[in-house]
Design a protein around this ligand. Structure first.
Ligand code: ATP
Ligand code: MG
Length: 556
């Protein structure tokens, strides 16, 4: 598995190991179960599990489920499936922040007893007002100096459900004048009458992220708590809480830049909106930047891991070109995907001098990049299908495919020369005719005669019908968040992100493939039989990426 080169996080870990601060490495991936994972999460997963692997340590999967919401079970299952699919294993370390609710409550009591937390009655608006701004210090809450006894009683009443939501909160007593707004008496518990997927109705108070996260890390013995840059200011609070409860084990928070990709959105909130409002078919729509969407589209775990390792670990935000992700997939599949023939937009080609009922079996290589992939036999008959695009009634300059009088190679088969074509009364081409040269079997002439064009074909009698879905970028602008006044990111959706071809002809082997089968269609791209919709009777293929690689051009 790819481990990547050393980065600034590894340098910190190396120092901590050298100085004896830590004797092992424990990391965690802490998703909130409020949506499906996306490619940004894949970055974090590969980083955290990758570090554990590199240092022979371990990485925990911990659900940050402090915010009860709906559909959590679906999200929890999909998240585990996605992490496993990426190739990682948390062993016995599947954790839930909610497993620590009792402990966290005890820590809150401890803080109150030490005079480091208080129950506050300010409304949400008042709290915001009192907090101050970056330029202005905050004001102390009038409830700040309640006695320990009163705080203990009020907090216990909060837990007992004696107040309404928002009526009271528990706040850490730190410093309303701190230059870091996170430290201005942050809320650590709030009242919420919600059913929790694991603790049921036991609790009506829930701990806040900043209080929960550091303590969960500490309880689990996490050594390096790697998170994204937006938590930089929260690090003071992370350290303060551990200090305030006097936790012996002190995990270290390290921030890195989150992954941003152009032509897509990555926030779960927006992805959920796309799903809810049916702009896509679901979280696993192959146009979605979700891991399940990428998987359904035909991405491999290897290509996603390679991508996350190539972009590296940065300290400053940047935007990565989605073409790099596609490039990584082509690189991976070029070596391992078998080739097969599909005619996306079929046009009949009649071989005039080939006998009516004869079937000739011709050998076709499965993968020119991999001899061990072997070969298969393709039937050649009088009536074939070729791509409509591969024929023109008149050949323009530098056109090397089929046109009246022109000779091309039918891949793996013969040289053929076009003799004519027919049209219907509207002028649409209905069939093309050609003669073949029997001395060019396999696609090579014995007299050294060369042709410039090679096209693919299928025997009309043997070809199976299929539906093929061609995907383009989900958004038509590189930065979908950037919408003119009165518009939203939805206005930047690409109306042509999905084209469904209903009359595709495919090799029989492609019809017989199982769902999730990834291959290259000769000359048109990498495709994957749809995990949900593909059956042997009704084959359905998704295009993962076209063959053309714009990234390789930029790169070189
Ligand atoms: P979103 O804003 O998409 O909802 P999130 O950060 O709220 O993402 P979490 O479930 O809280 O999602 O994230 C779990 C972990 O994944 C966190 O450690 C977070 O920092 C990391 N993560 C989320 N998005 C990215 C990203 N784009 N790049 C790298 N890491 C990310
Ligand atoms: Mg979040």
């Amino acid at each position: 598995m790819e481990t990547g080169t050393s980065n600034f996080i590894e340098e910190i870990i190396n120092d901590d190991l050298k100085s004896g601060k830590n004797s092992n490495v424990v990391t965690r991936f802490p998703p909130e179960p409020n949506g499906y994972l996306h490619i940004g999460h894949a970055k974090s997963i590969c980083l955290n599990f990758g570090l554990a692997k590199k240092y022979n340590g371990r990485c925990h999967l911990r659900f940050d489920d402090t915010n009860p919401s709906k559909e959590e079970d679906e999200y929890i299952n999909s998240i585990q499936e996605d992490v496993r699919w990426l190739g990682f294993d948390w062993g016995d370390h599947l954790h839930f922040a909610s497993d620590y609710f009792d402990k966290l409550y005890d820590f809150a009591i401890l803080l109150i007893k030490e005079g480091k937390a208080y129950v506050c009655d300010l409304s949400a608006d008042e709290t915001r007002e009192y907090r101050g701004t970056l330029k202005e210090a905050g004001k102390e809450s009038p409830y700040r100096n309640r006695s320990v006894e009163e705080n203990l009683e009020l907090f216990s009443n909060m837990k007992a459900g004696k107040y309404k939501e928002g009526e009271k909160v528990l706040r850490a007593k730190i410093d309303m004048k701190s230059g870091n707004i996170c430290m201005r008496d942050p809320i650590i518990y709030r009242i919420q009458y919600s059913h929790h997927h694991r603790t049921g109705d036991k609790w009506c108070i829930y701990p806040m992220y900043d209080f929960t996260h550091c303590l969960s890390d500490a309880i689990e013995g996490v050594t390096h708590s790697v998170c994204t840059l937006e938590f930089k200011n929260n690090r003071d609070l992370y350290d303060w809480v551990l200090q305030a409860v006097n936790f012996e084990h002190r995990p270290r928070q390290i921030e890195f830049a989150r992954l941003n990709l152009n032509y897509t959105v990555m926030s779960k909130r927006l992805l959920l909106q796309l799903v809810r409002e049916n702009h896509v078919s679901g979280w696993d729509d192959p146009r979605m930047p979700t891991i399940s969407g990428l998987r359904r589209r035909g991405f491999t775990p290897e290509s996603v891991r390679d991508f996350t390792s190539r972009i590296g670990v940065a300290k400053a935000d940047n935007i990565v070109d989605i073409a790099l992700l596609e490039h990584c997939l082509r690189e991976d599949l070029n070596k391992k995907a078998n080739r097969a023939i599909a005619v996306l937009n079929p046009l009949k080609l009649i071989i005039e001098n080939f006998p009516e009922n004869e079937e000739l079996m011709l050998e076709a290589k499965n993968n020119p990049e991999d001899e061990s992939a072997g070969s298969r036999m393709l039937p050649f008959t009088k009536e074939l299908f070729i791509e409509r695009d591969d024929f023109k009634t008149e050949a323009p300059k530098k056109y090397f495919r089929l046109a009246p009088g022109m000779e091309v190679r039918l891949k793996f088969a013969f040289y053929v020369t076009c003799t004519g074509f027919s049209t219907d009364d509207k002028g649409n081409i209905t069939e093309v005719r050609a003669t073949y040269d029997p001395d060019t079997k396999g696609g090579w002439s014995q007299d050294g005669r060369k042709v410039k064009g090679t096209i693919h074909w299928l025997s009309a009698k043997h070809a199976k019908n299929a539906e093929v879905r061609i995907y383009d970028r989900l958004f038509q602008t590189a930065n979908p968040y950037d919408a003119p006044e009165g518009k939203t990111f939805l206005d930047n959706l690409n109306p042509e992100s999905l084209t469904t071809l209903k009359n595709v002809k495919i090799e029989e082997s492609l019809a017989n493939a199982e769902p999730g089968y990834i291959c290259q269609f000769e000359r048109t791209g990498y495709f994957c039989s749809d995990i949900k919709d593909h059956t042997h009777e009704r084959p359905v293929y998704n295009r993962a990426v076209p063959l053309r690689d714009s990234w390789a051009k930029i790169d070189n």
